[in-house]
Design a protein around this ligand. Structure first.
Ligand code: HEM
Length: 330
């Protein structure tokens, strides 16, 4: 239960964010942050994502590397911390707590609780910092809105928590799982290398084929409902498996094939409906920057381990790799 977020439900300073809100409150909380994700902002972030990717890839100097530690982790954390205004010196601490919360096994309750406590006080301090030293960032903007009464104190720290967590491990997993899909499909990788304008189609198929989020967040029926022959009663907690939905043969032809450019149903990797991922455009920008640059810079890239040896996070929410060992040169 811990890794599914249950203990957090009892923490107003972390849980009062848009995912846990409906109706007018949801719309208000979502509106306050969606301005940060406009197409114009995305264009700027694309340049920044390419810059950060290049700097990270410059550091890989051996014949082999781990593309999770070397690229997939540091890129999204840098971008989301830039966006929110997390100071450089605090980023490693934040990263540690966030990765425990997102990718630990459900049984590691104590560790998750400790990390959650630490992150809660880290965020409270960060909000105070933005009050005393405003910056040109999303968190400063939210602090200003809270002074105007548009968002209360708990909603403010909860929103910062949601963005830091949601904007981080998810994208790590997109880059890692996506690169793995390419490494396991060399013919497709060659086609993409030959025409990088296909990147958006490839990233979209990576999201469907092996998406970062296993289950959507909790849903609770408000009236009795029958789906797929299963009756659900009001108030029962429901988890929807996004990964299973994305391999549904009723929705996707040959669902287990990695087939970029497929037409038909949209996938569910970013959810659907009012809670559709706010950061979807940003995640794609980062995924395209990272995967495109790796292909360009390492024409002979190959997996340096047996795929069966790869180790996956034990999390019930997220599907991502602990490491992705590759040979950079032929
Ligand atoms: C590949 C990367 C990502 C994936 C696969 C992903 C997936 C999702 C999914 C499935 C949901 C809906 C959950 C539900 O309905 O229960 C969601 C919501 C959300 N995501 Fe993402 N996400 C990604 C990246 C990001 C990034 C980069 C950010 C922010 C910077 C972000 C922020 C959010 C927020 C704020 C919500 C809540 C929206 C709402 O409740 O209205 N996500 N995401």
């Amino acid at each position: 239960p811990a890794s599914l977020g249950l203990p957090l439900d009892h923490r107003p300073g972390l849980a009062r964010h848009m995912i846990n809100a409906d109706g007018a409150d949801h719309a208000r909380l979502r509106r306050l942050v969606s301005a940060a994700f406009t197409p114009r902002r995305m264009a700027g972030l694309r340049t920044r994502a390419l810059e950060v990717t290049d700097a990270l890839l410059d550091r890989l100097d051996g014949p082999e590397a781990d593309l999770i530690a070397g690229l997939a982790y540091p890129l999204p954390i840098t971008i989301i911390c830039d966006l929110l205004g997390v100071p450089e010196e605090d980023r490693a601490t934040f990263h540690h707590h966030a990765s425990v919360i997102d990718s630990a096994a459900a049984s590691e309750v104590e560790e998750i609780t400790r990390a959650t406590d630490a992150l809660e006080s880290f965020l409270a301090d960060l909000v105070e910092l933005k009050r005393s030293r405003p910056g040109n960032d999303l968190l400063t903007d939210l602090v200003r809105r809270s002074n105007q009464g548009e968002i209360d104190k708990d909603e403010l720290t909860s929103t910062a928590f949601l963005l830091l967590i949601a904007g981080h491990e998810t994208t790590v997993a997109l880059i890692g799982n996506g690169l793995l899909a390419l490494l396991r499909h060399p013919g497709q990788a060659a086609a993409l290398r030959a025409d990088l304008s296909l990147l958006p189609d490839f990233v979209d198929e990576m999201l469907r084929y092996d998406g970062p989020v296993r289950n959507a967040t909790w849903r609770f029926p408000t009236e009795p409902v029958v789906i797929g022959g299963q009756e659900m009663l009001p108030g029962e907690p429901i988890l929807v498996s996004l990964l299973a939905a994305n391999r549904d043969p009723a929705a996707f032809a040959d669902p287990d094939a990695f087939s970029p450019g497929r037409i038909g149903e949209p996938h569910l990797a970013f959810g659907r409906g009012p809670h559709y991922c706010v950061g979807a455009a940003l995640a794609k920008v980062e995924g395209e920057a990272a995967i495109g640059r790796v292909l360009e810079r390492f024409p002979d890239l190959a997996l340096a381990t047996d795929p069966a040896e790869l180790s996956w996070w034990p999390s019930a929410i997220m599907r991502g790799l602990f490491s992705l060992p590759v040979r950079l040169h032929g």
